[in-house]
Design a protein around this ligand. Sequence first.
Ligand code: G4F
Length: 326
Amino acid sequence: MKRALVTGVTGQDGLYLCEALLAKGYEVYGLIRGQNNPKRELVSSIVPDVKLLTGDLTDFSSLIRALRQSDPDEVYNLAAISYVAYSWENAQLTADVTGKGVLNMLEAVRLHAGDEPGRIRFYQASSSEMFGKVQEVPQKETTLLWPRSPYGVAKVFGHYMTINYRESYGMHASSGILFNHESPRRGKEFVTRKVSQAVARIKLGLQSDVTLGNLDAKRDWGFAGDYVEAMWLMLQQPQADDYVVCTGQTHSIRELLDVAFACVGIDDWSPYVRQDPRFMRPAEVDMLIGDASKARRQLGWEPKVDFRRLVELMVENDLREQSALR
Ligand code: G4F
């Protein structure tokens, strides 16, 4: 039985990945942060077979302890402060967790693996946010990185550290450059879930409108459940490498609103949507669209859920959730 250690286990990706690994027969350990973490119960209710260990990416000795307790074959480093807007308000914390935290984990894995550096396979959750002010369309593994937020800069540090540990120590360390990926488990601060929840509440008469920021930004949105499969496939390859994971389609926030409101029979959403500068960012990533040819060719990976179906899944889920709250 293979063993995996997953950091960021309380997030959307952590939950989908744990489900996938358990279904494949892995013994799964999840790293959980802080005293009496309120999300512990959520994890235990969705994936009760995951063994939870306490640790923090900024606390090196806790990572060494978690590695000793789990002695994993594979480590998936998903933990991060992942909300881009928040990273301007907490740039140093973001650098410590989302950036330096990757170095802590890589170093802990290197020390734990001892004189067999390739023994533990390592996955780093890199991000399309690293492309920022895009230098090429579509974006691929070789596209020049130009991050536009403290979060993006921290992710670039983690990405290059992962490559550096692979090249310096012969570690099996791979980096997945994942474009935006969403699901009914997405946090409510991200735009897709903010919209799907608002649409459901407007339909049910619980809310009159929703206030957003920039409606013209475009994103390549896929389904998180599809993307965790790509993470796993990367660690099954004989050689570690870096891969872009995306759908190759891009849509604006306006198109997101079109599809989401259409799910509840509203064709003109303009009376329900307001804009406020407080949701605008100091520097915006205007457009992301990826090219996943390498992942398709080398991993045999394909996204299964398209944009329209993804939005439908999210609105249907929020209608159920909000109806139950009434
Ligand atoms: O949903 P978002 O907050 O996601 P963002 O910033 O693209 O980041 C997500 O994807 C990255 C991958 O590229 C991940 F690395 C990262 O951790 C995260 O998962 O915002 C998407 C777009 C932005 O252009 C934003 O300006 O939506 C725009 N937007 C417009 N109004 C809004 C809002 N975003 C949020 N969160 N809230 C709004 O009211």
